[in-house]
Design a protein around this ligand. Sequence first.
Ligand SMILES: Nc1nc2c(c(=O)[nH]1)N[C@H]1C(S)=C(S)[C@@H](COP(=O)(O)O)O[C@H]1N2
Ligand SMILES: [Mo]
Length: 511
Amino acid sequence: MTSRFLYAVLGILAALLGTAAGHLSAALLEPRSSPVLAVGSAVIDLTPTPAKEWAVRELGTADKPVLLGSVLVGVLVLAAGAGLLARHRLWLGATALAVLVAIAALAALTRPGAGPLEAVPALVAALSAVAALGWLVREARVAAPAEAAPGLDAAPGRGPRRRGLLLAVGVVAVTGGALAGAGRWVAGYRLRPVDVALPAAADPAPALPAGLEDSVEGVTAWRTPTEEFYRVDTRLDVPLVDPDDWRLTIDGDVAHQVTLSFDELLAADLVERDITLTCVSNEVGGTYVGGARWRGVLLADLLARAGVGGRADQILSTDVDGMTISTPLDLATDGRDSMVAIGMNGSALPREHGFPARLVVPGLYGFVGATKWLRRLTLTTYAETTAYWTDRDWATDAPIKIASRIDTPKPFADLEAGRAVVGGIAWAQQRGGVAAVEVRVDGGGWQRARLGPSAGQDYWRQWYLPWTATPGSHRLAVRAVSGDGETQTAVRASPFPDGSSGVQEVVVTVG
Ligand SMILES: Nc1nc2c(c(=O)[nH]1)N[C@H]1C(S)=C(S)[C@@H](COP(=O)(O)O)O[C@H]1N2
Ligand SMILES: [Mo]
């Protein structure tokens, strides 16, 4: 092993130990302030919108692991550099590590609503990384005193002099691993699901009829299992909210500010509705869409308690960490079942999906109507205040487009000739629901597919069309027609908000 390589490895080891120590202290104090998470979150907020859209499209749900992995790799490359600097001057290497950690501290402190405590994990990381580097470098010098002559790539000595270095490397590596494991465990324990007994809804939804998934192989389940529900948000972690401390405040242009505890929300009149949620970043044929049964308090009831003034044109919602989303007031209150949801598919919201409460507005894309980890609803105007995505040039008005997806057959599938089935889902929230789905084979005429049951206009529908597959290559396209008579167009308009409206076409080979 050359001495350069050795010192780069020592830098990396020291940085890994520091990162693990920082992560554990963050898990104990405030999970989001973990150095790598904080830097990753800052990267998300600083990333220009087109790059973010690209990442969501190209990387899908892997975007977060990829981002965190890149941040970690970046840290390790810089840490290797710090190790190389320490080869000649320990203080130079230590300073480099400290600068690296200062960036993490800055990232943690600039999170919305961050207090000074959130710099502690970075501080812990800095102290442990520098201490580890100091020890490792001292032992490395003992092991290879020739190193004193700069420029000579002397191999570390053998025998007793090397034992100290091996011991130091072993202790740092094992401690780092133990700290990382402990941090993971503590964070996992503190973020375990909260056991809440939800009261029944005063206005329940009727039992959902059986969907097509049992009879048509390959069609998406009509009810998305909670664990499989897509997740899209700007966070790398989930917020740690204690429902006993949590409050929902309604303020701004209101007659009287209203503040509700979680128990008060549970005690309010609850409704239950089947609503399909989707993300504007969903690719044609994509998976950022899901159907769930939401339980909550109608937004109209809550706003009535506060008494909305005449000035407001937007509901600015703020999450527990200060992230903001704006919802057009006129749309949210036009009679649709907008709600502050506390339950999903019969249980309390999972932390990933907004525990303890989130907004659900039927017919609006998630980024303008589905604020998770909700803390405040402020009645204000678009002129006065702007929200996170508004500041990034996204539209403020974003009704969900009519959409349909082919679940089966999969693109580029190889099928056997004979009886086959084309099937999938379609949605047209707040447009009268899905009235028809049409399938086109090889550019021929549009044929009506058979529809699964309906659970109201805000919930998606399954569909299928029996098809006799003949040998050769075939193109299968699908489009939906809404209850209010609109047909999904073939225009794949870009940029947003038309991105999600394209007609999907898949190519299959029949052998
Ligand atoms: N606080 C908060 N709420 C949020 C977001 C977010 O980044 N932060 N993302 C929104 C977006 S873009 C979508 S599509 C939906 C997704 O909700 P889900 O993750 O429960 O499917 O949440 C919305 N609510
Ligand atoms: Mo979204």
